[in-house]
Write a protein that binds this ligand. Structure first.
Ligand SMILES: NC(=O)c1ccc[n+]([C@@H]2O[C@H](COP(=O)([O-])OP(=O)(O)OC[C@H]3O[C@@H](n4cnc5c(N)ncnc54)[C@H](OP(=O)(O)O)[C@@H]3O)[C@@H](O)[C@H]2O)c1
Length: 339
């Protein structure tokens, strides 16, 4: 359990990665009360330093003693590392906010989005899970609508940026683009197909039911975060050749009727959301505009005319910010508020 202090020793594990970098920047931007920042990555990064508040901080490798004296650990180094190191960190008396999928569906681990279910932080036993990026941005938008008119069914298609896969995927998109524009053959290392100038309907591994793990994360994590197992969710997740921001085409069916204008007013009054919706003026959320923004942008809000109580919308958020680092830091801020 976190003890009340003026400042906290914070560790970022996976500090050199896409999310880790964003975590360091987020701690700085939000002026999080950091007494000391410890940075960890693999042996490959030994000897590196990263900058926090104009100071060079060494990147360390992990050992059983790494978490001694650490109050809050932000883990972002993949599921295997989380499986090994989260219990070690908790044993050392630290609260873990984990970005991987390792603990998300564990019934003893709260899966928290700061605007949606901060109350679940009360029952944590040391580990708190940060949801999957595509689920995160969707539930922030859905929760206020669910509270107003109860959502029965969600049909979502995602258009996910390569930063969702991490640093190597961003490099691969750059390299493939350069190669193709220079009439050279592309190398494929991260994805099974060329990602430059392409869309790949395949994120994470395929399961026996024909869905991918990413798609089933959207089903299962949505229900856990919203605290409602009755919501029906079906997802198609697609990787697209952009660097930051996941876009989502969202169709919902509600129990009570809600008009597009009512959706706009419910969402405008909800934290963390910007309604950006004036199609006649070509105003709708775009990845290039939403990149490096904290809020989730919603537009193209319209009635689904094929059913009695349905709404369509288009939502865009920065997957490295609200989809990962920002929510993790917001969880830490909420924990401090609760102490
Ligand atoms: N990217 C997203 O939008 C997003 C969103 C939500 C959740 N996540 C999750 O966040 C985690 C990190 O994702 P990412 O996109 O930041 O990946 P990434 O860019 O590939 O970074 C991975 C990080 O993990 C470190 N690492 C790898 N093996 C390690 C080891 N044995 N010990 C310690 N550190 C090790 C790497 O260090 P080196 O640099 O030394 O290799 C690097 O800092 C993943 O679990 C991912 O599923 C990502």
């Amino acid at each position: 359990m976190l003890k009340k202090k003026n400042t906290y020793v914070v560790a970022v594990v996976g500090a050199t990665g896409a999310v880790g970098n964003e975590m360091i920047a987020t701690l700085e931007r939000r002026d999080f009360p950091v007494e000391r920042l410890r940075l960890f990555a693999s042996e490959r990064s030994e000897g590196q330093t990263l900058v926090f508040k104009d100071k060079d901080i060494p990147v360390e490798t992990l050992s059983a003693k790494s978490f001694r004296g650490v109050d809050i650990a932000l883990l972002s180094a993949g599921g295997e590392r989380s499986k090994t190191w989260a219990p070690v960190a908790v044993k050392s008396g630290c609260v873990v906010i984990d970005n991987s999928s390792q603990w998300r569906m564990d019934p003893h681990v709260p899966l928290v989005v700061s605007e949606v279910n901060p109350h679940d932080l009360k029952w944590h036993r040391g580990i708190i899970a940060n949801p999957n990026c595509s689920t995160m941005q969707m539930v922030v938008v859905l929760k206020p609508i669910h509270d107003a008119v109860k959502i029965k069914r969600i049909v979502v298609t995602t258009f996910q940026s390569v930063s969702g896969t991490g640093k190597k995927a961003m490099d691969e998109l750059i390299q493939q683009t350069v190669d193709l524009l220079n009439f050279r053959p592309v190398q494929k290392n991260v994805y099974p197909h060329q990602i430059a100038f392409n869309c790949i309907p395949h994120i994470d591994a395929f399961l026996e039911n024909g869905y991918t793990k990413e798609e089933m994360k959207m089903v299962n994590e949505t229900r856990k975060i919203m605290g409602d197992d009755s919501i029906m969710v079906t997802a198609t997740t697609v990787r697209v050749p952009i660097f930051r921001c996941h876009s989502e085409s969202l169709n919902i069916e509600t129990e009570k009727k809600i008009t597009p204008n009512e959706v706009r007013s419910v969402l405008s009054a909800s934290p963390g959301i910007v309604v950006y919706d004036a199609p006649a003026k070509n105003i709708y959320p775009l990845a290039v505009d939403v990149a490096e923004k904290d809020e989730i942008y919603v537009g193209r809000i319209r009635e689904d005319e094929s059913i009695d109580q349905g709404i369509n919308m288009w939502i865009v958020a920065d997957n490295l910010r609200k989809g990962a680092a920002l929510n993790a830091v917001q969880i830490a801020e909420k924990l401090i508020e609760m102490t």
